[in-house]
Design a protein around this ligand. Structure first.
Ligand code: ATP
Ligand code: MG
Length: 578
């Protein structure tokens, strides 16, 4: 039957509506950035539950990050109401954790088993192998098996056995163990297929081999499995993900219709032009269209190469430009103790993101922004549980696991207890960890168990408070799926984008993946996009000339050059007026 243009699906355009309204069976949606993939997923689920009598508890929605899962949950609540709580929403890892909690006895674990963080994992590996170097070699081998080596396999088996003795699993186990159990037990598989009759996977381009096997186990060829993604945004192929999974989907689910979406509702037309030209030489979806559909005013993309550190550094250019966007208001508001950065164009600090390829690039930005009085929030993609101090708080929270208290109150109580019981040199770690976890705790409301799960499985970026009045500093990888009115993509230089190590040339495949990463960065911007770099940088006391990123060539006239730096006098006058 035709998808109705009234009811829930009325909030979608005709292509989105056709995709969201596919009645049953497998479905593949392949679409570019900002075309409303996530919006289509939420509307499809709401349509199924409210208009097709699908029980909410039969639905499983898998996303790639905690933050994406939160957003999905929020949007489902808005559309469906309280019944949305019955939909299982999570990452592959959180699904796996729930699975193992139910079947812990099959692995010889207690119901209260823990998830080993990076430090703990390394400790066990060192214990097994007897030395640090061997431990690191084994750690690498665990995720990338390579050619079968009996000694290695034996060490890996001892590592897993030791983890189980300690009542632990590691992050990889959260997906590999459910896959192993499901593939070995047809009855268990049947039970899960019966429980989750409707499965949706967002950011499908980044599934890896084990995750795909999990999907295959849960969803037979005729199942109601919806996969949504964009091959051109595949940025984790170094982890084993590749466009190959799109082809495999079409083979393994041969009856699946393939839907495309081509209207981009996120960005102004110049940003879309730039993005399309940027990906063109390496696109995995040749001939795909991406049209601007948003009524927003189109600003040109601005390119700027900072001449050298004596005139104005790249970081100083970014800070100055932000200050200009905010109408120079940041100085005033900070002085009055009230951090609100809304400039004349209605742009606030939280509308701005600075994206970079490597975490190391954030240091100069942090220094410069601190000097300029610009508030920032910066989190890495590392697991939360690897952050010093977080482990102490988690251990303390485990004592109160079965209490009904609010996550925020329990976090505060745990912090007080821990701070009084640790040596002075550890106290700063605990304070840092509390600061990091507070926004996350606030978002988990009254659900302490959920808070603990989020901390165990989350990355630092997941703890970012989306409502904080601060500029976001993010790696390109961490920016996936997000959107900001103002984006600075810094370090557009050969060697950083594409990233390469001195003396080694990246392979064609590596360059292709870097180009997709550049594409992801460009397509995060809604209104304003700056592409910046430095013509010269001082590294280890030596001034080096830098070559602009090859990805900047051929972008066409949607890109314009930044104006020369305003004379320093202008700011001096402004400051003297305060
Ligand atoms: P990405 O590939 O970056 O993950 P996406 O395809 O998932 O992007 P969304 O985040 O779902 O895109 O949508 C991008 C923006 O466009 C959002 O702000 C969304 O609300 C808006 N949008 C999507 N579809 C429509 C529509 N039909 N009408 C109005 N706004 C829309
Ligand atoms: Mg999305």
């Amino acid at each position: 039957p035709e998808a109705p243009a009234h009811g829930i699906l009325a909030g979608l355009d005709p292509d989105q509506r056709a995709a969201a309204g596919v009645p049953a069976g497998p479905l593949l949606i392949v679409a570019g950035p900002g075309t409303g993939k996530t919006r289509t997923v939420t509307h499809r689920l709401a349509h199924l539950v409210l208009e097709r009598d699908v029980p909410a508890r039969d639905c499983l929605a898998i996303t790639f990050t905690r933050r994406a899962a939160d957003e999905l949950t929020e949007r489902l609540h808005a559309l469906i109401g309280p019944d949305a709580d019955d939909i299982t929403v999570g990452t592959f890892h959180s699904f796996g954790l729930g699975f193992l909690r139910e079947h812990h006895d099959r692995l010889g674990l207690t119901a209260a088993f823990g998830v080993a963080d990076t430090a703990r994992k390394h400790g066990v590996l060192t214990e097994i192998t007897g030395d640090e170097t061997a431990a690191r070699a084994l750690a690498r081998g665990l995720t990338d098996p390579g050619p079968a080596d009996p000694a290695h396999a034996e060490a890996a088996a001892r590592y897993r056995a030791r983890l189980r003795e300690l009542d632990l699993v590691d992050f990889d186990d959260l997906v590999t163990e459910p896959v192993r159990l499901l593939e070995a037990d047809p009855q268990l598989t049947a039970a899960y297929r019966d429980r989750y009759r409707w499965i949706t996977v967002d950011e499908y381009q980044d599934v890896d081999d084990t995750q795909y096997r999990l999907l295959r186990a849960l969803a037979p060829p005729e199942a109601n499995l919806t996969a949504i993604g964009d091959p051109d945004q595949a940025i984790y192929s170094f982890r084993g993900a590749a466009v190959g999974f799109f082809l495999r989907f079409e083979q393994d689910y041969p009856t699946a219709p393939v839907h495309a979406l081509t209207r981009n509702y996120r960005s102004g037309r110049h940003i879309i032009d730039t993005a399309v030209r940027a990906i063109a030489p390496g696109t995995l979806v040749p001939g795909r269209a991406l049209h601007a559909a948003s009524p927003r005013e189109a600003h040109r993309v601005v390119r700027h190469d900072a001449a050298d550190e004596r005139t104005e550094t790249e970081a100083a250019f970014v800070a100055r430009t932000i200050d200009g966007l905010l109408g120079g208001s940041s100085f005033h508001s900070l002085d009055s103790g009230r951090v609100t950065g809304d400039g004349p164009g209605g742009i606030g600090f939280d509308d701005i993101a600075v994206l970079y390829r490597t975490d190391a690039q954030s240091r100069v930005l942090l220094d410069e922004f601190a000097r300029a009085g610009l508030p920032v929030q910066k989190r890495s993609h590392d697991p939360l549980s690897a952050r010093a101090g977080v482990d102490l708080l988690l251990a303390e929270l485990a004592h109160v696991a079965d209490r009904d208290g609010s996550a925020l109150d329990e976090l505060r109580a745990a912090a007080t207890t821990v701070v009084f019981s640790v040596p002075d040199e550890t106290q700063a770690d605990v304070h840092g960890a509390v600061e990091l976890l507070t926004p996350l705790a606030a978002r988990c409301g009254d659900d302490l168990a959920r808070f603990r799960r989020e901390v165990l499985l989350g990355a630092e970026v997941d703890a970012l408070d989306p409502r904080a009045e601060a500029i976001s500093l993010l790696t390109l990888h961490a920016s996936k799926g997000l959107e900001f009115p103002v984006v600075f993509l810094v370090g557009c230089e050969d060697g950083l984008l594409p990233l390469s190590w001195p003396g080694t040339a990246p392979t064609a495949e590596e360059i292709a993946e870097e180009r997709r990463l550049f594409f992801v960065g460009v397509t995060r911007a809604q209104d304003h996009l700056w592409l910046t770099g430095a013509a010269r940088r001082t590294r280890h006391g030596q001034v080096r000339d830098r070559t602009p990123s090859p990805f900047l060539t051929g972008l066409g006239d949607a890109v314009t050059r930044a104006e020369a730096p305003a004379p320093r006098k202008a700011r001096a006058t402004q400051l003297s007026l305060l």
